[in-house]
Design a protein around this ligand. Sequence first.
Ligand SMILES: Cc1cc2nc3c(=O)[nH]c(=O)nc-3n(C[C@H](O)[C@H](O)[C@H](O)COP(=O)(O)OP(=O)(O)OC[C@H]3O[C@@H](n4cnc5c(N)ncnc54)[C@H](O)[C@@H]3O)c2cc1C
Length: 476
Amino acid sequence: MTGLEQYDLVIIGAGPAGMAAAREAGEAGLNTLILDEQPRAGGQIYRNIGRPILRDRSILGNDYYVGESLLAGLTHSLVTHIVNATVWEVTADNTLYYSAEGVSRQVRFKKLLLATGAQERPVPFDGWTLPGVMTCGAAQILLKSSGLTPAEPLVIAGSGPLLLLIACQLIRTDARIEAIVDTTPACNYGQAFKEIGGAIKGWRYLLKGMRMLNEVRRSGVKYYKSATELRAEPGGDGNLASVSFRKGNILHQLDCKTLLVHQGVVPNTQLGRAIGLEHQWDEVQQCWKPTLSENGCSSHPDIFIAGDSAGIGGAMVAEIQGRLVARWIVHQLGGTERRDPGIDSLRKELIDQLAIRPFLDHLYRPLDMFLKPQGETIVCRCEEVSAAEIRGLVKQGCIGPNQTKAFCRSGMGPCQGRQCGATVTTLLADELGKSPVEVGYYNIRFPIKPVSLGELAGLNQTRSVKAQTDQTTARN
Ligand SMILES: Cc1cc2nc3c(=O)[nH]c(=O)nc-3n(C[C@H](O)[C@H](O)[C@H](O)COP(=O)(O)OP(=O)(O)OC[C@H]3O[C@@H](n4cnc5c(N)ncnc54)[C@H](O)[C@@H]3O)c2cc1C
């Protein structure tokens, strides 16, 4: 593989982690490439920050506009930023493949930073695949990128800090919200209280949470706490017509056109999995995350991970990790013995920012009905495989997630297991009486995103990255 463009550092993801890392790397003199599949930088929290769509800044709140300051990192002369660029493969010889504007290209890197963020935790429950049911994050994407809100009346159901944030943002747009149904289990409060020390250290986050709760209460939107037995019900046309849930002894049913659901976010591990990096199971957060050194180095010495794809920490943590990892990479590539004192102070900042996590993780651990669904609840929505079917496979000799593919095609649809992977592991672990680690996860294979045969065939004839960047930048 000669003649390929080579970068000191390639960063995948232009969210807070990726943007902060790009700035550090550029300023330290590293020839850096940052790729993101979105049309603009910002990641999830700062989506579209370069060209905000909403005139009223109070709708998304101050925390959104903090992202403006990170954009500067992308304009450094040593940083090349390519938008609409989807990375679909990384090989062991430090080569990366991405697709942009219908053309695939390959570049080589000395160091690679995965800053691919989080995805919302898939929430299998009865009716979650009905038209009209979408995630809170999807509603927020609509708002940030198009200034649109979903069809009304709407009900918001689930658990986690983002549930409240998105509820507040929609309240500020005057969307007609029928109710907020909080499924945070009552028993979680006791568990979380044991972590109150960390919560006090992270008092700013607590204060923010209390403000959002107050805003919801003041808005007059009905708020049901500790709800269970969430179901989405179809109407005669097959679309969502109502949502039902239990609160205490009372079964409620609310008519709605849209149900927004959310049960927290989990690291996006798809790329790291496909590369073959080591992962571990986080029992409290009930998700997989990569195994990393304190400097963010994965089980491959040239591949680093920062931000929510390293473990959920939120935007501030993502930014600090991005800076920390970039500085460590600069140190490694510089080959000097002298330690960068900035790394230690970033590590300290990181510890402070993460202090509240154990409290949040215990408080927002989802109800078991979402983690270990039963009966006919669909688990793999691409191939329409139910929880009962997955559980039943164990009796037929199925010993792990990869065998379920042969039995019932679960995980083989277009989402490539992103929606069902963790649930299939948990269900098999439940049936086999084993831990998720013993059961394992799907083998994820490249390409991790669809790529056409034409693009593959044209790989050796593609123009240089620089020529393409100039074209893409000119268009945006
Ligand atoms: C839907 C959603 C909405 C959220 N909204 C908020 C919010 O409003 N406030 C808040 O505090 N937190 C929010 N979060 C939490 C959020 O993940 C973090 O706070 C923060 O954005 C994490 O930053 P990051 O840099 O780690 O990743 P992100 O900001 O998620 O950035 C990751 C970037 O990687 C890119 N990417 C991923 N895979 C590839 C690939 N294969 N090829 C190319 N590019 C790729 C993505 O396009 C994305 O831009 C949200 C999370 C989700 C999932």
